[in-house]
Write a protein that binds this ligand. Structure first.
Ligand code: URA
Length: 209
């Protein structure tokens, strides 16, 4: 059994289709990624624990639910992760943020880390790692390993698109980390791109190539 949830919501699927279209502009792609991040964030946080606190409304004192425990950490795998991160922070503005700079070597497809900064008390917090594309899974696996080394023990991974190969490899490496995605595509091509996919998410977001 794979540890993966596909967020199969009509709005998510509609927006994803526009993002896949190669004619979609950079501005449009960015806006859509942020909007989808809202919808994915809603799902990945669906089971967060609540606790009751006492508050005074203008009319009376009541017990009302509030999120329990320390603030979440969103860990963005640079650079494309930042596109999802922005939308996540719209919904959870008090979240702490970790940045993990990893690029994949285009020859070997292996991850190379160049930056890591995370909150010190990450062991006490739920960490949601974000990267739009779970392709070979090499970067995602390496990022989670680094976060675990720093003490993280309650993690989730959120992406926009996943390849079946990536999901399987990620599940094998980190069976304790549930994956949330908007879709699982057909396969990876020989260059490590998700097919049919949407191309290079970072390039489409930032207009590079
Ligand atoms: N990264 C991307 O941006 N796109 C892919 O298809 C695979 C990895």
């Amino acid at each position: 059994m794979q540890n993966v949830t596909v967020v199969d919501h009509p709005l998510v699927q509609h927006k994803l289709t526009i993002m896949r279209d190669k004619e979609t502009s950079i501005a449009g792609f960015r806006v859509l990624l942020r909007e989808i991040a809202h919808l994915l964030c809603y799902e990945v946080t669906r089971d967060l624990e609540l606790e009751m606190i006492s508050i005074k409304t203008p009319l009376e004192t009541i017990e009302a639910p509030t999120l329990k425990g320390k603030k979440l950490v969103f860990a963005s795998i640079l650079r494309a992760g930042n596109g999802l991160l922005d939308g996540m922070l719209d919904l959870v503005p008090a979240a702490r943020v970790a940045h993990i700079g990893i690029y994949r070597d285009h020859e070997t497809l292996q991850p190379v880390e160049y930056y890591f900064k995370a909150p010190a008390d990450i062991a006490d917090r739920l960490v949601i790692v974000v990267d739009p594309m779970l392709a070979t899974a090499n970067s995602a696996i390496a990022a989670i390993e680094r976060l675990k080394q720093r003490g993280a023990n309650n993690l989730r991974f959120l992406c926009l698109l996943a390849a079946p190969e990536g999901v399987q490899k990620f599940n094998e490496a980190h069976p304790d980390v549930p994956v949330f995605t908007a879709a699982i595509d057909s396969h990876l091509n020989e260059k490590g791109y998700i097919v049919p996919g949407l191309g290079d998410a970072g390039d489409r977001m930032y207009g590079t190539r």
